[in-house]
Design a protein around this ligand. Structure first.
Ligand code: ZN
Length: 582
């Protein structure tokens, strides 16, 4: 997602430079803003210098030949960088800045403080071996279409030289890794080998570099593979009798939640809200189950355990799904329906100049069925936004059936709302038009996911798909996933929930398939906090809308609310709320 924002970055940098020459004489507020815009431009350029891999990922290729070695020198350099810029921030009086810049100020501050905290307290480089993996970094340089293949390979040639040192540093840093991250690191680093065994040598063959240069790259690739294999062997042989617990505990969790989510609520407040929401959803689902039971089960007696009854009804409705060969076609056909509905109900403006293209998921994204959005690259202003649809080709009949039942006729529509219209795709179009380099770079995940989750409900509230009881029941099941993501994440990391309890939550209380639940359990063991972003963002956006409705009475206009909200870019919802409520 980071790549799409780069056009905005360049524009703003230039804009800021021009501004500084022309607006200096203006009144206090524009002067403060002018100076602050200059500051942001300098900050971002230095950010790239300090974080070359991040620069590559946003399409800034000046530092592609560098590979960051994780050692004390680097750590100190990064902490110093953050301290210096935190100091520079203090020179600005926040209250004198425009709303846009006030939010940017907060977001830069959060980013810098978070950098320091990650380096000094969280220290995943000591316990998470999957922090070390050169696969993605080289693949990004190799596939960046901006420079010629000769330039890219020359950068790769230089970058390859540091790979042995990179893994030596990894081995020196790792102290007491978790079992889960060790297994992941082995898997992922093994997966990275093909880039050096196949992808780069293939590109070398096709290039018109000199024979000598070609040989040098191939030799460096072999060295890189040896370093990766050595790391994998070292990890596999680690005799770690008391591995660190992958669940990070209350103290680290609460801090990480504050830095990553940037919510007006604390982690335990959101957890409590999610618990309450789960009960409400079960209540609403039970009411629908009572209403629909005779329609689908005639005179058969409804089970006395309501969760069992709801599950039975969900299973019955899930039989309605598309054929495995028409999964992509079904998605393609639904997008214009969604767009027309939004126009007809006047819910928000959708820019027709930025169409969404549905495509089969490219091979490099792996064969996991599902859906995702790829936005155009930074120098590809007129490029397409893609809706990637995973293929079911390699699924057994049973696995395909289980997948299609999960993404049945009801849920598939909600998935399209979430991923595409008016969810992620629509939000990204608005975000790209937002005039802020910082929001583009430090885009807030809870705002982005919260918006997608909010639109699911908003569409149903406005009568989408007839808003039938069946549709609402399936929506509640889908929504339970976001709610239980939060409950699961907090419970696992803070309250020592066991795997058995986790499975009960996901399968019995959130009606998930076994396969989906075990995948989620793995994810929660490998990540922290991110799973809270969906429900937290949703709650904040929904509450903001309701507060504005109350405040504005019959002046409230939902289209205006959506467009104004999205116009702030991918900023944390608490700042957008503050601006919109004032
Ligand atoms: Zn999403």
């Amino acid at each position: 997602m980071k790549k799409i924002f780069f056009i905005t970055v360049i524009t703003i940098v230039l804009y800021a430079c021009n501004n500084s020459k022309t607006n200096v004489e203006n009144s206090t507020q524009p002067l403060q803003d002018t100076l602050f815009n200059d500051f942001k431009a300098r900050f971002v350029l230095n950010l790239w210098k300090n974080y070359p891999e991040w620069a590559t990922s946003v399409g800034f290729h000046e530092y592609d030949s560098l590979l960051t070695i994780s050692n004390e020198v680097t750590s100190k350099k990064n902490i110093d960088f953050s301290m210096v810029y935190l100091d520079s921030l203090k020179k600005f009086e926040q209250g004198l800045l425009s709303t846009n810049n006030q939010t940017d100020y907060e977001m830069i501050k959060n980013q810098l403080e978070s950098n320091i905290w990650y380096a000094k307290e969280f220290k995943s480089n000591e316990w998470n071996p999957s922090d070390y993996n050169v696969g993605g970094i080289f693949s990004e340089v190799l596939n960046a279409g901006v420079d010629s293949i000769n330039i890219r390979l020359t950068n790769i040639k230089l970058k390859l030289k540091s790979v042995p040192a990179y893994y030596q540093a990894a081995i020196a840093n790792i102290k007491n890794p978790t079992k889960e991250h060790t297994i992941l690191a082995v898997e992922q680093n093994k997966g990275a080998i093909s880039i050096f065994a196949v992808d780069i040598p293939d590109a070398v063959k096709k290039s018109n570099l000199s024979k000598l240069e070609k040989e040098e790259i191939n030799t460096n690739c072999k060295q890189a593979m040896a370093a990766i294999n050595n790391y994998v062997n070292w990890l596999e042989k680690l005799d770690n009798k008391q591995p660190r617990n992958a669940h990070i505990g209350k103290k680290l969790y609460e801090k990480k939640f504050n830095f990553d989510i940037q919510s007006q609520y604390s982690a335990d407040e959101i957890y409590m809200m999610a618990m309450q929401r789960k009960s409400q959803l079960h209540q609403s689902m039970m009411e629908i189950a009572i209403q629909l039971w005779p329609k689908y089960f005639n005179t058969e007696k409804m089970p006395s355990d309501t969760l069992v009854a709801i599950k039975k009804l969900i299973d019955k409705l899930s039989i309605n799904h598309v054929h495995r060969d028409s999964f992509q076609t079904a998605i393609e056909q639904q997008l214009p329906v969604l767009e027309n509905f939004i126009k007809q109900k006047n819910l928000l403006y959708i820019d027709p100049a930025k169409p969404l293209v549905v495509r089969k998921e490219p091979a490099y994204m792996q064969g996991v069925a599902g859906a995702s959005i790829s936005a155009p690259g930074p120098y590809d202003k007129f490029g397409n936004t893609y809706y990637n649809v995973g293929t079911l080709a390699n699924y057994s009949a049973a696995d395909a059936e289980s997948f299609l039942k999960e993404y049945n006729d009801y849920i598939l529509q909600i998935l399209n709302i979430h991923e595409a219209i008016p969810g992620h795709y629509t939000q990204l179009v608005y975000s790209n038009n937002s005039p802020s380099i910082i929001k583009a770079l430090f885009g807030n995940g809870a705002m982005v996911e919260g918006w997608a989750v909010y639109t699911e409900r908003m569409m149903l509230e406005n009568g989408y798909a007839g808003a039938t009881p069946e549709m609402w029941l399936m929506y509640y099941k889908w929504h339970l996933r976001s709610v239980c993501n939060t409950i699961l994440d907090y419970s696992i990391h803070v309250k020592d929930m066991t795997e058995k309890e986790a499975m009960h939550l996901l399968i019995d209380e959130a009606f998930q398939q076994q396969k989906e639940a075990s995948g989620k359990y793995r994810r929660v063991s490998l990540t922290q906090v991110q799973l809270c972003s969906y429900f937290t963002g949703f709650t904040e956006i929904y509450n903001l809308r309701e507060a504005l409705k109350k405040k504005q009475g019959n002046q409230f206009d939902v289209k205006k609310f959506h467009e104004t909200f999205l116009g702030f870019g991918s900023a944390p919802v608490k700042y957008i709320s503050k601006a919109m409520l004032n």
